[in-house]
Design a binder for this molecule. Sequence first.
Ligand SMILES: C[S@@+](CC[C@H](N)C(=O)[O-])C[C@H]1O[C@@H](n2cnc3c(N)ncnc32)[C@H](O)[C@@H]1O
Length: 267
Amino acid sequence: MNNTYVHGYDSRESERLNDQASTLTELLHHDTHYPPGSRVLEAGCGVGAQTLTLASRSPQAQFTSIDISHASVAIARDRVAQAGHLNVEFQQADIFSMPFKAASFDHVFLCFVLEHLAEPVEALTTLRKLLRPGGTLTVIEGDHGLTAFHPDNAAARDAIQCQVELQSRAGGNALIGRQLQPLMVAAGLTSVQVSPRTVYVDGSRPEWAEGFTRNTFTAMIQGVREPALAAGLMQAQRFDEGVQALLRTAESDGVFCYTFFKAVGAA
Ligand SMILES: C[S@@+](CC[C@H](N)C(=O)[O-])C[C@H]1O[C@@H](n2cnc3c(N)ncnc32)[C@H](O)[C@@H]1O
């Protein structure tokens, strides 16, 4: 996984995940609350962008946040300590061979992780088994197929498709958001509820144009420029044209829409 993670592990990617987390906090997390004393596993915490939100919104829950990347866990640990949260323990671990006993947790949370896994149902099944009966599993994922913008631009759509294709070649699925309900049911979760969460950005929301359209979505597409060119998926000039067209949608007369999905199921 470390070798194939399509977004990479550099500091620019960390900044992108942080911008994404802060812009989207209310949209994705207004209903993420864990009761005092509950044991919550965050799987694939990365550099802690969601961990900070989880820990601050549920200060009396006990979080265990894991990631396969040692380096990311170290950054997340520092950031959470600097923010003064005392309710998170970190550990390096692989979702597919977790060092926890069955029924160790009341809740599991994962965000933007399944999209990178070749076997999402196996991952969800492994995580479900770590829940006590009746515990919940929450998953948040995006879906690049649900991107719409004005002015529309074919090169921009092709550049987005490069990201989808590269992620697929790395074993992931950038269109996974729409599949969360069937994936969770296949993993044995019950009472699965999915809510689509649409980011809508127009000229009246300049902070979203900056935080989401520019610094999150377009930055992510820019991040695959070199691998996309190396794989011969697009010519450099056309890729750059696509990126410029995405940036153009963040201007005061542009519009950008993207849909995330949040699913909650019970063990
Ligand atoms: C896009 S990042 C998301 C990080 C964080 N959840 C967030 O929303 O900012 C995906 C993370 O999943 C981690 N990951 C991928 N495969 C994993 C596995 N098998 N076990 C644990 N973590 C994994 C990666 O190392 C990476 O940090």
